[in-house]
Structures are given as C-alpha cells and as structure tokens.
Design a protein around this ligand. Structure first.
Ligand code: PBG
Length: 328
C-alpha cells in the first residue's frame, strides 16, 4: 500500500481554508445590473419568461438604481421601451424619450455612486425590431444606421450616461459614436463596446422584456456562434476605433471566447449573462431540479473565472446582498 505524496484535499478541508485559497471572487463592484424602463405604465410589469425581472416605471427604476447603489453594485445598464415605434427608431433621439429620460432620472438619483450605462441600439425603437434602419429591399443598412447611432450617443451623453453601450454590431459603430461624442464636447463619456456579440437563441426572453417586433433573425450583423477567431478581430477593431471597455455576449456558452478576449485585451472586459441564461436557471430551480442560489453563484463565478472583469447579470442586486450578508 503506497500513500499519496501530494494531498490537494488539505486546502479544501473547511470553509475558512477554501476561502483563503479561492482564486476568484465576486465583489458587488464587479456587477452591472441591466434594467428595463417602459413608457406609459403606472405599475411595474412582471416578465413571464424572466421571473423576478420587471419593466420599470420611471419611479421604480429610480428605486431599483438606488437599491443597487446602496449595496455597492458597480453599474447599471438601461434599456428603454417606447410607446410608439417607427421605421427609423426616432424616439431614441428624443431627449425626453423613455431611454434618455430614464438615464436622466437614474443619474439624478444615484449621482456618481453607480456607473450609469445605456444600451445604444435601435431594436427597441424600430417598428420592425431590427438593430438598424432598413434599405428598400429590407436589408439592415450599415452606414445609414451609423449616422443615427452617433446622434443617439450624443443624446444619451447629454442625458447623463457615463458609458454608452453600442450593441447593434454595425461595422464602424464605435468610431462614429466616438467622433460624434467628441464633436459635441463629450470627451469624457466612455464607450463599452459589445465587441463580440453572437446571434444567440438565448436572447429569447429579452424579446418579451422589450416587447420586440422582430420577425426573422439578426444573423447578418451579429456573429455566428461557430466562430472564435472572428471575436478577436471584432475586439481589435473596436479597440482601434476607441472602445474604452469591451464585452462578450452571451456569457455561459462563450466562456472560451471570453478567455481569448481577456488574454488579448488591454482594456477591461465585460461579459453579459443574458436573459436566456437567467431564465434557464430560474426555470430549473422553480421545478426543484437545481439549487437556485448555488447555481446563480456558480454561474457568475464561472464567468469571472473565465476572464470577465465585470459581469452584467439580472441577479446583480441580489448577489450584492448575499455578499453583504456574508453568504459568498
Ligand atoms: C440589443 C440587445 C439585445 C440584448 C441586449 N441588447 C437583444 C438582441 O441582440 O437581440 C439581449 C440581452 C438579453 O438577452 O438579456 N438592443
């Protein structure tokens, strides 16, 4: 009988020892809470496919931001759902439109205690649900869309966004937004580029969250899930164009991409744990098939371990509370 000379189990023998040697931690400041604000409602609307997530009124949005800030969450990412939509998404440019108004409300509420970010994309604002404007033939028109994105960036900066988050995957979007922000005197407004954003089935519940009008798919602009090398191209282009931070999205099915990007990037890397990732865990837990809290923690820890400096997650506020209570 020979005995092991190496005993890695020594460092796993109790919670204190495991805590000491943990290689990855989750801190509230690493978390970003995505939120939806909807025009024309007086009570929050619960989302069936995302239990626990709502479409906010202006007032409940402010309360959610204040709660997140109070628990030390790092940032908030706003999505707006307008009452009326048109072919060019013009409500996105209205300074009093639902998203720009929401940014202003949150900024007034939280000041600099939370980094305020806004989704910079047209899909919530167009009546066809695409992330850009369409040609007569129905294709998404890259360069005509860029012109609107640049103006959206300025409108969002003027409303008080600290970082704008272009998520439409149009070629050249970061450069145009950077140029327009600078020309308008918003040199200090940053860009969190959704650099490697894949065309994913896991966005499903988000379509309910923003009442999406989309028929068809986004495969001509979002990346093919088959591709890995292309993610590094997208990241390097966005960095050349002036991105301050880059994102990989979705997160859990793309941890290899996240690791590649984290290794290659000189700027902070975010990952977005998207609606479908949230819904899968909530649904399995609701059926009693997994331990909800343990699965939530493990999922976010895995995303951090794969290389994300910051994680967008619908559980951000809840996780921050658990951390404060010493459960993590
Ligand atoms: C585009 C956008 C989407 C999401 C974030 N920004 C939808 C899409 O690309 O189809 C999805 C987020 C999620 O699923 O949680 N404005």
């Amino acid at each position: 009988m020979s005995f092991p000379t190496h005993r890695p189990r020594r460092l796993r023998q109790n919670a204190a020892m495991r805590r000491l040697v943990a290689e990855t931690r989750i801190h509230p400041a690493d978390l970003i809470l995505p939120v939806f604000v909807r025009e024309g409602i007086t009570e929050p609307v619960a989302l069936q496919s995302m239990p626990g997530v709502v479409q906010h009124t202006r007032d409940t949005l402010k309360a959610a931001a204040a709660e997140a800030a109070g628990l030390g969450v790092g940032g908030i990412m706003l999505f707006g759902i307008p009452e009326t939509r048109d072919a060019t998404g013009s409500a996105s440019l209205d300074p009093d439109g639902v998203l720009n108004d929401g940014i202003r409300a949150v900024k007034e509420e939280v000041g600099d205690s939370l980094v305020v970010m806004s989704d910079l994309c047209l899909d919530e604002f167009t009546d066809h649900g695409h992330c850009g404007v369409l040609t007569e033939g129905g294709a998404v028109d890259n360069d005509a869309t860029l012109e609107i994105y640049g103006r959206m960036g300025v409108a969002q900066a003027e409303a008080g966004a600290d970082l704008v988050g272009p998520s439409g995957m149009m070629d050249g979007q970061v450069a145009v937004i950077r140029q327009d922000l600078d020309d308008a005197g918003h040199q200090d407004t940053g860009i969190l580029a959704y650099a490697a954003k894949y065309s994913s089935a896991f966005y499903g519940p988000f379509r309910e969250a923003v009442d999406s009008q989309l028929t068809g798919d986004r495969k001509t602009y979002q990346m093919d899930p088959a591709n890995r090398r292309e993610a590094l191209l997208e990241v390097s282009l966005d960095l050349d164009e002036g991105a301050d931070m880059v994102m990989v999205k979705p997160a859990m099915s793309y941890l290899d991409i996240l690791r590649d990007v984290a290794d290659a990037s000189d700027v902070p890397v975010s990952a977005y744990q998207i609606s479908g990732e949230y819904a899968m865990i909530e649904a399995a837990a609701a059926n009693g098939w997994i331990d909800r809290d343990a699965a939530v923690m493990e999922s976010v820890l895995s995303i951090r371990r794969a290389g994300a400096d910051t994680v967008l997650t619908y559980w951000a506020t809840e996780l921050a509370r658990w951390i404060k209570e010493g459960r993590l």
